[in-house]
Design a protein around this ligand. Sequence first.
Ligand code: HEC
Ligand code: HEC
Length: 415
Amino acid sequence: MSKSLNLFLPAIGGTALVLGGAYGFMARDYGAKTIESLETRVEQSTASAASATEAARAAEAEIARLAAERDEFQAIAAAGGGLTQPAPVAEAVYGLGREALPEEIAAWDVDVLPDGRGLPVGSGDVWTGEELFVDQCAACHGDFAEGSGNWPVLAGGFGTLADEDPVKTVGSYWPYLSTSWDYINRSMPFGAAGTLSADETYAIVAYILYSNDMVDDDFVLSNETFFEIEMPNADGFVIDDRAETEYSIWRAEPCMTGCKDSVEITMHASVVDVTPEEEGMEEEAMHSEEPAAEDATGDAEVVEASVDPALIDAGKGVFRQCQSCHEVGEGASDRTGPQLNGLLGRTIGSIDGFRYSNSFKDAAEAGETWTTEALEAFLTDPRGAMSGTKMAYRGLSDPADITAVLAYIESIGAE
Ligand code: HEC
Ligand code: HEC
């Protein structure tokens, strides 16, 4: 029993994943979960059957019932598409709310579908439509629906859909006339949505068709003439059939082991910026107090192993521009500029005894620290980033130089 269930579960996952439409996933979940919970319950029932004869009888009945239910699901799954059907209505009653009245449903159910469902009885002619349009729509869409300023164009644009800058209008693009009726009736005029009567909407849509050269000026649009209209781009849309045509291509079992003969390192993370800022300070203290601490050694190794030596080398070259004023590494001391050990995560302007400019003192007081971002900004444009800085240096214009010099400073100034 449980064997067949096990065979069955992956089949469900597969089927639903592949066929999944909007609610395919829900349905898949529903199916898989239901079966999972059914299986659990079958097992529980089996267990209790073994422990007491009386309970066993009841449990057997339950097993039979659940198994039947399971078979039903199995049949649905075997039918393939069955799992993309909406989940069955829940049997439970939650005792919340009340049933919606037909009037309430009608008030919400106002959409008009391509096949004409929802279209109210009514009619309107092109000339009435023109008056209404000039009154209520032209300010934004132009007198002839040609658009005004940046407001949407509703007419013309034929033959432009394949252009780089297609003009998508009701005439050139929209596949269904029902969409125009529904959209305008529900959402236009912009700012006064829902104020158009059915007849007014028919008249306005008739005028838009006229503006698109799709009907003559004596045309009357009504719920009856509605289907005489052929939308020029009706065939311009295709049904999304990727579920049938493409998904199976992606369905191959993914490779999980030994997928490549050789592994080649093509890139290294350039800036190792994995330590949360505040902790950076503590770690620095820890390093100096207990240099032999296992954690610290381990960390240092990780950092060294993951930084590209070529990058550090490049950074050493860039640092020549800094070394007349800065020292970094073991025994580094302040010169024209402060020593740069433990820079990343260090509080700005915090080297004891160095006479910083006021902007650095302010930053220190505010407890600001050197993050990679802050360093990048400062080194790109020292005076722009820290106005009034004493660092008489124009900055590095190439971001790659900054990445390199920071990697270098980090590599030798970390201890
Ligand atoms: C105050 C300006 C304004 C007025 C007045 C106005 N509209 Fe619009 N209309 C818009 C804007 C803005 C949009 C785009 C809305 C969006 O994309 O969410 C739009 C979109 C539309 C569209 C869809 C265009 C497309 O290709 O997506 C139609 C059709 C339309 N309006 C018709 C009308 C009609 C008919 C009237 C008069 C009853 C009207 N509008 C009045 C501003 C206006
Ligand atoms: C002409 C000397 C000079 C040069 C060249 C120079 N700096 Fe500076 N640097 C300073 C001075 C002075 C300060 C202190 C700024 C202040 O107090 O306003 C400083 C501050 C710094 C700080 C802030 C340190 C802290 O403790 O807050 C960093 C980081 C820095 N420099 C990095 C660099 C790098 C990297 C280079 C080379 C690309 C460089 N500097 C080039 C003089 C220089």
